[in-house]
Design a protein. Sequence first.
Lengths: 216, 216
Amino acid sequence: MTPNKEDYLKELYKLGGLDHLVSNKQMSQVLEVAPASVSEMLNKLSQEGLLVIEPYKGSQLTPDGLRIAISLLRGHRLWEVFLIRHLGYTWSEAHEDAELLEHISPSRLTDRLDRFLNYPEYCPHGSVIPKSDGQTNEDTLMLLADLKTGDTSKIKKVLEEKKFLDYLQNQGIEIGTQFTVTSVGDYEGPFTLALEEKTIQISYKAACQIFVSEPK
Amino acid sequence: MTPNKEDYLKELYKLGGLDHLVSNKQMSQVLEVAPASVSEMLNKLSQEGLLVIEPYKGSQLTPDGLRIAISLLRGHRLWEVFLIRHLGYTWSEAHEDAELLEHISPSRLTDRLDRFLNYPEYCPHGSVIPKSDGQTNEDTLMLLADLKTGDTSKIKKVLEEKKFLDYLQNQGIEIGTQFTVTSVGDYEGPFTLALEEKTIQISYKAACQIFVSEPK
DNA sequence: CTCCTAATTTAGGTCAACCTAACTTTTATT
DNA sequence: AATAAAAGTTAGGTTGACCTAAATTAGGAG
């Protein structure tokens, strides 16, 4: 299992899990390789029994592939906790270096790291950290984009993408931040949020990448 | 710079530093690749200006190559400190996983790790940890194998090799352990050492892989 | 229901890092 | 100094992961 193949499995999981097939096009976009390269690599991985291909339709992880993907995510998120909690990383820095470190996550290491960090439930960006046995209970969250004016809620999870993370951190948004939606622009217009200390505006696109708890 | 090339530079440094040429044979042994593969790779690295080859004689790092090699060693040793101090690794486990982690050591990460660990001077096996700027003041030590009966000294550094490390740790040898040589076998016979609490015997070969301070 | 477009696959090629086998240079021995 | 052994290099081949270009399939629009 090379770092390369690991990335294919991880992205396949993130894009579809066990729910639905993932197209080669999506894979080629997130992995930034040519579609032909995706076909080729997926064929190898399917021969290894890690995923199943429906030709021209898409592919999906097998239980074996799932196990590997989840352990990568576990490593990634534990490393993020370490980098932010102990080394003073920013959100986006932590994500970047965790992308490298996740490929060095034998269970001997991740299990001990987990203990050292005192078994954190969430990564700094709000994603659930799978347990050592691969178990992972995702919370049911909603998109900020689906809130209405007047709703009050809490930031629970954000998608991990460098520029987006920097943008959020500059705005002062953190996991757990409580806010009230004070206005929602029409036609995918911006959301205005009242935080504890200040009011900020975020684009509709950003609102689609932020998960929040049920509003009250 | 791939992890592969990094390993060539690191081993070249460990085998010869800037002192003397290193033969391809040595390189092929420590890297466990065919001699022909060494020739090929060293050629590439010399084209990149990281080392100089004297055909049929051996090769040596340039200042650029040295810089990379030292930063790898720095990463390796800092990771070892972390693994042992915070994750409860044994000597040999720490060495193994540090071999992987060292290839993920951008200075952003190692410098912060260094600070987190409170700027340790030595790795758990007694090697000096190079500073961020590449500076490294090696202590002058002597081999345990060169001590005479009656000499009293302290363990300062041990070579990092899995089976050897396990052997030492089982014997209760640690960096800083004080001991007195109570007998030296003839013809490369074993050394008998009186530690604080007990007496142990170690082979001549082992005595050649242990560094100690000047006896008093 | 045909046809066009977008997605996918196949074919053929590159590059990095390895290998074995054959050849050359160095060195050590007689 | 001649030559055999050891070390190093060159040549040619393999594998993994990528690429472009060409051929194929799927699915929606008229």
